[in-house]
Design a protein around this ligand. Structure first.
Ligand code: FEO
Length: 177
């Protein structure tokens, strides 16, 4: 039955599998950002928390976009099961270090999908994934920018914390302009 269904789509099973894996990764990224936002919020960083709440929402959109694409091209989109994500962070800065690491991991995964698409001549999916290539460039840049601010501003002093919270929030505001 599975083989008969597959005859009705040009989507190769190996591409369907890695797209579903990417759905899971994006859904996980959304959950991670949500937990980071919660940590920021409860530790007095309400403005930068808003930025990461918005990031959580963006990652959910990234997840849904791939999820719907799989169905559109005749595959089976599988609702991902997301495991535990970190809820606690040692410092204000460590939240943004984790965010950058997460974005780099997503970029690497997307690059692997594009490489696989080329290998199996799936140009439609490659074309679809180019949106993510561009998006990741932006997301990594923003994550690096947040960390750069920690190099410029003392995150240990109360004034520094206040300024950092405001400045990090501006990264999100600039993104939505
Ligand atoms: Fe959709 Fe930032 O990974």
């Amino acid at each position: 039955m599975k083989d008969l269904l597959r005859l009705r789509t040009s989507l190769k099973e190996e591409i369907e599998i890695i797209l579903n894996a990417q759905c899971k990764m994006e859904a996980e990224a959304s959950q991670k950002y949500l937990a980071m936002a919660s940590w920021l919020d409860r530790n007095g960083f309400a403005k930068s928390a808003e930025y990461l709440y918005a990031q959580a929402e963006e990652e959910r959109q990234h997840f849904l976009k791939i999820f719907k694409y799989i169905t559109e091209v005749g595959g089976t989109a599988i609702t991902p099961i997301v495991g535990e994500v970190p809820q606690e962070y040692p410092t204000f800065k460590s939240v943004f270090e984790a965010a950058l690491q997460s974005e780099i991991a997503v970029t690497n995964a997307i690059n692997k999908i594009v490489a696989k698409c080329r290998e199996v001549n799936d140009y439609a999916t490659e074309d679809f994934m180019m949106w993510y290539v561009t998006e990741q460039r932006e997301e990594e840049k923003n994550a690096r920018r947040a960390l750069e601010l920690f190099d410029l501003i003392d995150s240990e002093s109360p004034t520094g914390k206040f300024v950092l919270d405001k400045e990090i929030a501006k990264i999100g505001e600039a993104e939505n302009e």
